[in-house]
Every structure is written in structure tokens, then in C-alpha cells.
Design a protein around this ligand. Structure first.
Ligand code: IPE
Ligand code: IPE
Ligand code: MG
Length: 240
């Protein structure tokens, strides 16, 4: 049977609609969404997935109403406070990608504290995309590469796709084999554009607060039946 994927990325979507459908405020959906994050992190550990990247807050999400942004920032702090002990108990390492300098200081400090506390854990890496967008990341890559070329640290003739990948925020992890989006939306919303060049895509109508470990395991099982050809023919793949 095909191997368990090393890296799964998820666009966690549908919290607001889930809450509205229950006559509740959008924020109630975000609170439920945190439970799902806990369950799916556990599921990733159980399945032996090495990296789980979760899209928690996009660059574009800064444009949401001020109240919602503030409530989400507070929820992030509270969640990290509550969950750090469990992450350590489960041998999970926390990392972040994104323009974290834009985060309010208490949020940034909480994440830094949790990353420090979990840095030696050797199980699943839970990588949270915060104030992240792929175009921001690609723009930063271009800026850093041009600076290094200008400073004589990099020869422009030697730039290839592994050099570019080494300037991305995900440089320490393999590209995701699977990208999941919940809530029935069929778009990428500025997530990991470089990294998903050959990723298998899964779109599910389930809203993020309702997404279960079983849903997650089913996707992994389906992935294991897919033939990934990377531009070759099916016959070439069978011979390997
Ligand atoms: C995803 O749920 C969580 C974040 C983007 C923070 P949404 O808040 O986008 O929920 P919907 O899409 O409005 O239902
Ligand atoms: C994508 O969800 C961002 C996150 C899950 C953090 P959105 O709900 O912000 O995406 P759009 O606006 O519907 O594309
Ligand atoms: Mg949404």
C-alpha cells in the first residue's frame, strides 16, 4: 500500500457559516473550530503524518471587521495557553509561517513561547499559517534572493527550483502531498501556491467545525489509491 503522506495542508473554512446556520454569532464557529484543530492534530499524530500545515489566518483576513479580527487574536492567545501542555504530552512541535510581525505583540509572544517549549518534540510538526499569503511569501522570496545576489552571496546563474524553495517559509518541510479545503469552496485563497504544484486536492462540503478524524482518515485512504504521475505516463509509473 502507498505510504502515509508526510505533509498535509488544510484550508480550514466554514466556521462562520456553521455558526450562522445554528443561529449563533460567527465567533461561536471559531471556538468550535479550535476543537477540530485539536482532533485533527491528534489524528495526524495517530496516522504518522509528519507535517500538518493549517491555514488559520490569511493576509486578506486582516480586512475582516475589526471586532472579528480582535476576537480571533484573543482566541489564538487563549488556545495556545490552553494547548501547549497537550502539545508537549503528544510530542507535537509547533511552528508558524506567515508575516507574524503584523500580529499584535501578545499573540506573537504567545506563539514564540509555545514554539520554544515544543521545539525538541519529535512527533508531528503542527505548522500554523498566520497572517500568511502565498503572494506575500513569493514576494519576500524575490526580495531576499535579489538582496543575496546583490551582496554576492548568491550567483544569479545558479538559481533553480531548489534554491527558490530554500527561500520559502516552508523550506524545512517537503511539499504537501495533500491539500484539503472544507466548506464546499473550490478555491485556494492565496495558500501555498508554490508548494502545491503537484499536490493532490480534496474539497469537502463539510464545515470545519464538523470535520472529523474519520473524514481525515478517509482522505488519507483515498490518497493512497491515487496514482501520482508527475508528468510521466501511467506505464512508466507501474514499472517503478
Ligand atoms: C475559516 O472560517 C476561519 C478563518 C478564515 C479565520 P470562516 O470564518 O472563513 O467561515 P466562513 O467561510 O465565513 O463560513
Ligand atoms: C481562507 O478562508 C483563509 C483561511 C482559512 C485562514 P477565507 O474564508 O478567508 O477565504 P475566502 O475569502 O472565502 O476565499
Ligand atoms: Mg471562509
Amino acid at each position: 500500500m502507498a505510504a502515509v503522506p508526510e505533509h498535509i495542508a488544510i484550508i480550514m473554512d466554514g466556521n462562520g457559516r456553521w455558526a450562522k446556520a445554528r443561529g449563533q454569532e460567527r465567533f461561536y464557529g471559531h471556538i468550535q473550530g479550535v476543537q477540530t484543530v485539536r482532533n485533527i492534530t491528534e489524528a495526524a499524530t495517530e496516522a504518522g503524518v509528519k507535517y500538518l500545515t493549517l491555514y488559520a489566518f490569511s493576509t486578506e483576513n486582516w480586512n475582516r471587521p475589526k471586532d472579528e479580527v480582535e476576537a480571533l487574536m484573543k482566541l489564538l492567545v487563549k488556545t495556545i495557553e490552553n494547548e501547549t501542555e497537550r502539545l508537549n504530552a503528544n510530542n507535537v512541535r509547533l511552528t508558524t509561517i506567515g508575516d507574524t510581525m503584523r500580529l499584535p505583540e501578545p499573540v506573537r509572544l504567545k506563539f514564540e513561547e509555545c514554539m520554544k517549549s515544543t521545539e525538541n518534540n519529535t512527533g508531528t510538526t503542527l505548522n500554523i499559517a498566520l497572517s500568511y499569503s502565498a503572494r506575500w511569501e513569493i514576494t519576500e522570496m524575490a526580495r531576499k534572493i535579489s538582496q543575496d545576489v546583490k551582496n554576492g552571496l548568491l550567483d544569479s546563474g545558479s538559481i533553480n527550483d531548489s534554491v527558490v524553495a530554500s527561500y520559502m517559509t516552508t523550506k524545512a518541510m517537503p511539499d504537501p502531498e495533500i491539500l484539503i479545503r472544507t466548506s464546499g469552496e473550490y478555491r485556494i485563497s492565496n495558500f501555498l501556491l508554490w508548494q502545491i504544484a503537484y499536490t493532490e486536492l480534496y474539497f469537502t462540503p463539510v464545515m470545519w467545525p464538523d470535520f472529523t478524524k474519520e473524514d481525515f482518515f478517509k482522505i488519507i485512504a483515498d490518497f493512497q489509491t491515487r496514482e501520482r504521475r508527475f508528468g510521466k505516463t501511467g506505464e512508466q509509473i507501474e514499472k517503478i
